[in-house]
Ligand binder design. Structure first.
Ligand SMILES: *Cc1c(COP(=O)(O)O)cnc(C)c1O
Length: 432
């Protein structure tokens, strides 16, 4: 269409450069993915113009008849995808969705029990530099040193000791599945709410390749842009709606509100203003794609590729946290290779392979250096990579990690990366 190119060549050039970077590198950041052209198209529409504070049928602005249909479509598709009683598609991001969850279930100062950030947890699960750790009182459970897995008996002991108002499940760097029934039992024992943040694994959960948290949790939050492969954004879901255990009563009717009503208010007006209708439209497109049978095959391939990558690394003598994976990511512990995460990330970057350094459990390095790297299969699986290509990916990573300072090796690997990328074309446009 070239509208941008003509009007704003400087900005266009930067977008073009980013498009080329995405086309020509191995994208292994576990939280990233490549959306379809239809998802990009929906975001670049006049829907960005519309103020639609409120919810379909109950807006604070006129002229919402069309955006109402769009939000309803997104909600209905999401409910079907996750077999949910209720969803809210308005959160601008995963962190915004989580802010609304806290607002609904916690008072300032209340205790959250979540997964330790250095054991794979997320910033919004109680980090001291995040609102979740500033406004609320965070306590943590972790993984075991020898297994890299969560020991549920220890979670129970900790829950009994700290009596949390809410327990969070979910992670950014945990390669294993969760036992939601066991967490539910613990939450019930101590009278806590149970919250799952499935930001990373939503696509695998939607297609029944991982355990389903919705029947067990009071609330589930997610991003829409990781394995789910939609636009950058967030969402909140409730599996079984009903009178909430908070006993919040509606001011006028004196009626106890449903969990969903409390959460709707926590998103708007509680923590956000107008929804991003162009992004909600793109969420509807992505959920429509995720309801197709091909999406399950795609998610199965994500999981197979991650397992294959794990096996290939192990064959080359690498240590993996928990010795493998159930989902879409692996965590490589580089200590036996005398490498830090920082050096690995930087040298791989020079060779056209994008990963992120990551703390491993019981890490002795600082968060800026780390002893590990996190690798995910979703983005390259979107490009069409299967086990065979992931064998090449691991071989090339190993070559770099054996020669992190050898510029000519890095250049040779970069050429090979680009050659493989050419065989799996990604975007042939800059403007959708
Ligand atoms: C990515 C992630 C988030 C935050 O999502 P943003 O859209 O970056 O705000 C929240 N929770 C978990 C577990 C995540 O992995």
């Amino acid at each position: 269409m070239d509208v941008l190119k003509n009007q704003d060549p400087e900005l266009y050039a930067y977008i073009q450069q980013e498009t080329e970077r995405e086309n020509n590198n191995f994208e292994l950041i576990a939280s990233e993915n490549f959306v379809s052209r239809a998802v990009i198209s929906a975001m670049g529409t006049v829907l960005t113009n519309k103020y639609a504070e409120g919810y379909p049928g109950k807006r604070y602005y006129g002229g919402c008849e069309h955006v109402d249909k769009i939000e309803d479509l997104a909600r209905e598709r999401a409910k079907k995808l996750f077999d949910a009683d209720w969803v809210n598609v308005q959160p601008h991001s995963g962190a915004s969705a989580n802010a609304a969850v806290y607002l609904a279930f916690m008072n300032p100062g209340d205790t959250l029990l979540g997964l330790d950030l250095s054991h794979g947890g997320h910033l919004t699960h109680g980090s001291p530099v995040n609102f979740s750790g500033i406004q609320y009182h965070p306590e943590f459970y972790g993984v075991e040193k020898d297994t890299g897995r969560i020991d549920l008996d220890k979670v129970r002991d900790k829950a009994k000791a700290v009596k949390p108002k809410m327990i969070s499940i979910g992670a950014s760097a945990y390669p294993r599945d969760f036992d939601y029934q066991a967490f539910r039992d613990i939450a019930d024992e101590v009278g806590a709410f149970l919250w799952m943040d499935m930001a990373h694994t939503a696509g695998l959960i939607a297609t029944d390749l991982l355990n389903d948290p919705l029947p067990y949790c009071d609330v589930v939050s997610t991003t829409t842009h990781k394995t789910l492969r939609g636009p950058r954004g967030g969402m909140i879901l409730v599996g079984n709606d009903g009178e909430n255990k908070l006993g919040v009563t509606a001011r006028k009717s004196g009626r106890v509100k449903n969990t969903s009503e409390v959460l709707d208010s926590a998103v708007f007006p509680g923590s956000q203003g107008g929804p991003l209708m162009h992004v909600i439209a793109a969420k509807a497109v992505a959920f429509g794609e995720a309801l197709q049978p091909e999406f399950k095959e795609y998610q199965q391939q994500i999981q197979k590729n991650a397992k294959h990558m794990a096996d290939e690394f192990k064959n080359l003598g690498y240590n993996l946290v928990s010795d493998g994976t159930d989902n879409h990511l692996i965590l490589v512990d580089l200590r036996n290779k005398n490498l830090t995460g920082k050096i690995a990330e930087e040298s791989l970057d020079k060779a056209g392979i994008t990963v992120n350094k990551n703390m491993v459990p019981f890490d002795t390095e600082s968060p800026f250096v780390t002893s590990g790297i996190r690798l995910g299969s979703p983005a390259l699986t979107t490009r069409g990579f299967k086990e065979q290509q992931f064998s090449d990916v691991v071989k090339l990573i190993d070559t770099v990690l054996q020669n992190p300072n050898n510029e000519s090796t890095l250049e040779t690997v970069k050429q090979e990366v680009q050659a493989i990328c050419k065989e799996f074309p990604l975007y042939d446009f800059v403007e959708a």
